[in-house]
Design a protein around this ligand. Structure first.
Ligand code: UD1
Length: 339
């Protein structure tokens, strides 16, 4: 029998790509989103890729009654929770907004999952590892105290999931710790759509290349790395989405070894900011206007994943090359600009 997966925040960047991969793998998917941080572009793109109208519920996961009604309406086997605020700087300025939204929505989902006895996948982040000199990081690497309320909500939600799984029979949970998700679907029908000035590197690169921004600032050139810029593990968004299919299938088929499991989702390959810029320029044949700027507060020097556990347990590994990824990111930005 077909399983049904609820994707909260399914109209966003990661949620839309995950919806496509789940549907293509044979799952029924229900998308729920309050459209507080996106418009319908990605939702329409998902429907265009899949060739059908996907079920869409407009709702806020902070509304407990609405969450309950949603779970009553659909035969949900697993829920993947993306619906959360994600801007680090904004979370420092508005901590209560972040704690209210990101924690309450997850508590509501877990309450509903508890009543129904269903599986829960939480979208966590490598930010939980903080600054570390044990690289690459494994899932056993210690978490560091969060440096922003955003990062704190990721840690707290992991703990809320762990404790809920322990207390409530029938609820199992997986936390996926993403490294730096970038790129877009090869169809160029869905991709990243930041509101206002992008915080993250790749949308800033593509917007500069397309002429929406004048110049990219590379934050810091004096880090203790080979070229002086920070090292990150940039993971292709389609590869990342496929990790969710593997994790949901493991949950739905009862193949989990523990009732709460954590997996890193990264490539295991560190790349510097300059290496990423060079790849973008080389692959796409564009010249990027960039300059060095002071370090950005809160940035860690280097972090990349040890993805061994995901390979062994989920049977997943990143497959797309950085060239394919930056090509897709550029195709998406050009499409948005009508070029
Ligand atoms: C950030 C968040 C992380 C979140 C992730 C989502 C922190 C410290 N980081 O990761 O929690 O999950 O976004 O994708 O909480 N850079 C520039 N110029 C720019 C933008 C970025 O040089 O205009 C550099 C940064 O200094 C960094 C690298 O590019 O070295 C990647 O930055 P970014 O894309 O913002 O991701 P992270 O900060 O790694």
């Amino acid at each position: 029998m077909k399983k049904t997966v609820l994707v909260s925040g399914g109209a966003g960047f990661i949620g839309s790509h995950v919806t496509v991969e789940l549907a293509q793998a044979g799952y029924d998917v229900v998308i729920a989103d309050n459209f507080s941080n996106c418009d319908e572009t990605n939702y329409k793109g998902v429907c265009a890729i899949l060739g059908r109208q996907m079920p869409l519920v407009r709702m806020d996961f902070c509304d407990a009654a609405a969450v309950e009604a949603l779970f009553a309406k659909y035969p949900i086997d697993a829920v993947i929770h993306f619906a959360a605020f994600k801007a680090v700087g904004e979370s420092v300025a508005e901590p209560l907004m972040y704690y209210r939204n990101n924690l309450l929505s997850f508590v509501n989902i877990l309450e509903a999952a508890r009543k129904k006895g269903c599986n829960v996948l939480f979208s966590s982040s490598a930010t939980v590892y903080g600054e570390t000199d044990q690289l690459p990081v494994t899932e056993a690497s210690p978490r560091q105290p969060a440096t922003s309320p955003y990062g704190n909500t990721k840690q707290m939600c992991e703990d809320i999931l762990r404790d809920s799984v322990k207390a409530y029979p029938g609820v199992r949970g997986i936390a996926l710790r993403y490294f730096n998700p970038i790129g877009a679907h090869p169809s160029a029908l869905i991709g990243e759509l930041p509101r206002g000035v992008p915080n993250n590197l790749v949308p800033f690169i593509t917007q500069t290349a397309v002429g929406k921004r004048e110049c990219l600032s590379v934050f810091g050139n004096d880090y203790p790395t080979p070229d002086g810029t920070c090292l990150r593990d940039y993971i292709d968004i389609v590869d990342l989405a496929k990790a969710h299919v593997c994790a949901v299938t493991r949950m739905c088929e009862g193949r989990m070894k523990e009732d709460y499991e954590i997996f890193n989702v990264g490539t295991g390959r560190p790349l510097s900011v300059l290496e990423l810029i060079n790849a973008f320029e080389r692959v796409n044949g564009v010249k990027l206007n960039w300059k060095f700027a002071p370090r950005r507060a809160g940035d860690v020097v280097a972090i990349w994943a040890d993805p061994t556990r995901a390979e062994q347990e989920l049977g997943w590994r990143a497959e797309r090359s950085i060239d394919e990824t930056v090509k897709a990111a550029w195709a998406w930005e050009k499409k948005l600009a009508g070029k």
